[in-house]
Design a protein around this ligand. Sequence first.
Ligand code: NAP
Length: 475
Amino acid sequence: MAYKSVNPYTNELLKEYPFATGQQIADTLTTSHKLYKQWQKDNDLAARAQILHQVAQAFRDHKEKLAKIDTEDMGKLYRESLGEVELCAMIADYFADHGAEMLQPTQLKTIATGQAEVQKHATGVLMAVEPWNFPYYQIMRVFAPNFMVGNPMILKDASNTPTAAQAFADEVLAAGAPAGSLTNLFLDYDQVGEIIADPRIQGVALTGSERGGKSVAVEAAKNLKKNTMELGGMDAFIVLKDADIDEVANIAWRTRLYNAGQVCTSSKRFIVAADLYDEFLKRLKANFAAVVPGDPMDNHTTLAPMNTAKAKVKLQEQVDRAIDNGAHVYYGNEPIDLPGQFFMPTILTDIEPDNPAFREEMFGPVAQVYKVNSEAEAIEMANDSEFGLGGIVFAGDAQHGKEVASQIETGMVFVNNFMASLPELPFGGVKKSGYGREMSELGLMAFVNEQLIVTAAHPDLDNPAGGLVATDPTK
Ligand code: NAP
């Protein structure tokens, strides 16, 4: 599991990175913890906001360089990489603009003697474990809010996007953040466990697979460290019978092929009303067939390679297994004659509940399409999953779409639109898609000590429980 940057379009090994040494880890823990203590003392939110704006500006100033690294590390279309860099800048700006306000104390109404408030304090150094599919954005989702909170962050990024992870950390430091704000280390799994066990670590954030999430959550639990888990999804895209098929067709293929289908919230299951099923399939096939595989740096390319040879092999195995268990290939599943790790956009139908594909996340450009005879059946099928991340509902009447959305057991549902990730919107799931939220005020609070302070002018001597039980105001 060495850290290697291999361009999945050319298969060229671009750079290899050695694992962090014990000394690097020890030094990082010392520096990060010292910074936490320093921030606790100063708590200069305005200064941190200013630096975070500088980080945003640095991302914008260096967007071409950063986007190229992104594309070379994991293959995504260059224009999507540019979009990812801009989103990072937006996230940094958002928390710089709103972090201080979110961290103001909340006054409580209480019958206790004295004035009660919840203050929001930093808790300490975080260990963040992040994936390769959005090499910058995933890091920024944790870094920006926690920089405002005052929690320094140690980063273990995916072993196939090391250049992007290091570039992110370098930008942060060069933009003026103090050493220890964000330190990227090339760690093996045991080293991640050792860092989590260190008493100076107070929180663990992971975005990744169910398998990776379980392992890291166990390490966090063993050491009683608070953690957030952003895991996989089997998001449903429900098409109700009165949906506008033109709008549906225009969005459906994008939700599956964006980032070569490697998005936790990609629509992986299209659940379509019987009246629209044939037309939906026809349009999805036409759109899948129109994509142009090629050099992701070229603006004419519309299908990127997958991130690694290993990922492509895994997806092919899943598709083969689905077919062996009765799935019908409506379109695709043929080789693409290019050296990169391309997977032809594929549409599978006739997947029965006993087919393993019914429950497995396929992390690539493969759409599963299901026909349903009623809205109730659509909702039931959407919820028949161990995952609960996101979802999309297309309905003729948006308000009715909202009523359907509320019945989907996931953390996020978009009605009549593409799923969007923006700094002001909370991101996260339920069930095996994980727990906790990133982004928005909810995400900022993930690793905050919400400390209750009750201030009385004098002790309440009349209280028979010595203050442990609230005074009855009716007496
Ligand atoms: P993964 O294998 O779990 O890897 C994610 C990160 O966890 C990588 O840095 C990986 O390091 C690390 N990791 C894995 N096992 C570990 C262990 N035992 N100890 C310490 N670190 C460990 O996930 P992936 O397959 O690359 O990423 C795709 C998955 O992420 C999909 O399931 C996708 O749905 C999910 N995802 C979820 C969200 C969300 O917000 N909910 C967003 C994006 C992706 P190595 O690279 O060194 O193995």
